[in-house]
Every structure is written in structure tokens, then in C-alpha cells.
Design a protein around this ligand. Structure first.
Ligand code: ADP
Length: 159
């Protein structure tokens, strides 16, 4: 039997417990889930790609089945390179749906043999986004339980 590889792409700027929730659900669908950080300077991230790779590897270091990589260019090209047949995305609310649908359909057109699967966030995290986490961190709010400790520490160092 060949191994099933899924790709979980995103900005992860920074990683939240919502991302980890989706990742653990994805692990039930695939043998390996490659966490793929998109290199996108247009988004002016808080953490550089190198910082995000280091942070995610530290958090996932006990999970050999979830390697962390970064990529630029087309997602479907990186999926093919990684041997992935699934792309995993998380859905929080209806507002995520329209953009995600467009992307999934474009990716299907570019690579018909790769499917996008949507996993529903745990409702506990359905309001959680990297953007809000950064905002709360900037204003020195408490993020306990919303992001891993390694992220709390790095956010504190940034602000
Ligand atoms: P992107 O810039 O590609 O949206 P993100 O890091 O913001 O990157 O999100 C990556 C993926 O994780 C997306 O599919 C997003 O919907 C999902 N996601 C983000 N936050 C949560 C959350 N709290 N619960 C579930 N899924 C989430």
C-alpha cells in the first residue's frame, strides 16, 4: 500500500491551537501531513518564514509524521513534489467558504488528481485567527489556551 500524504498549507503567522486542531484531524486522514508555509511577502508577516519554520518544528518535534516545509509558487506544484494527493484546509465560518471554494476549484483545474478537503474547526477555536492573535498580543492580552506556549513566548519577544 502506498502512503497517503496530505498537505496543510497556510501562513501560520503565527500557529494557533485552531491550526493544531485541524492538523490532528488531518492526521486521521493521511499517513503524513506536510505543514507547508507559504512564502508570501505581499502579506508583510510578523514572523519571517525562517522563524515560522523554527517555531513549528519546535512545536511539532514529537510528531515525525508532520514535517514542516516552506514553499513559493503554485500550491499544486508543491503538492505534486511532496507526493501529496490531498490538500487540507480548515473552515471556521461561512465567511471562509467563498474564498476557499474558489481556491479549491482553481487548484482542481490545475491538478485534477489532487483533492482539497475541508475540516471543520473545533467550535472552541472558530473565532480564532492569526490576525486576532497578533492584535491581542500587541495589546498585551492573555493568549493562554489559544496558542502554544512557544508562540506566547515568541509573541512576547516581538512586542
Ligand atoms: P492562509 O493565509 O492560507 O489563510 P492561515 O495560517 O491563516 O493561512 O490558515 C491556514 C488554514 O488554517 C486555513 O485553511 C484556515 O482556514 C485554517 N485555520 C486558521 N485558523 C483556524 C482555526 N481557528 N480553526 C480552524 N482552522 C483554522
Amino acid at each position: 500500500m502506498t502512503e497517503r500524504v496530505a498537505l496543510y498549507p497556510g501562513s501560520f503567522d503565527p500557529l494557533t491551537n485552531g491550526h493544531l486542531d485541524i492538523l490532528s484531524r488531518a492526521m486521521r486522514l493521511a499517513d503524513h501531513v506536510v505543514v507547508a508555509i507559504l512564502e508570501n511577502d505581499a502579506k508583510t508577516p510578523l514572523f519571517s518564514v525562517a522563524e515560522r519554520i523554527e517555531m513549528l518544528r519546535e512545536i511539532l518535534r514529537d510528531n515525525p509524521l508532520t514535517p514542516v516545509r516552506s514553499f513559493s509558487g503554485l500550491l499544486v506544484d508543491f503538492a505534486r513534489e511532496s507526493g501529496a494527493t490531498l490538500i487540507v484546509r480548515g473552515l471556521r465560518a461561512v465567511s471562509d467558504y467563498e474564498y476557499e471554494l474558489q481556491m479549491a476549484l482553481m487548484n482542481r483545474r490545475l491538478a485534477p488528481s489532487i483533492d482539497t478537503v475541508f475540516l471543520m474547526a473545533n467550535e472552541e477555536y472558530s473565532y480564532l485567527s492569526s490576525r486576532l492573535v497578533k492584535e491581542v498580543a500587541r495589546l498585551k492580552g492573555d493568549l493562554t489556551g489559544l496558542v502554544p506556549d512557544a508562540v506566547v513566548r515568541r509573541l512576547a519577544a516581538k512586542f
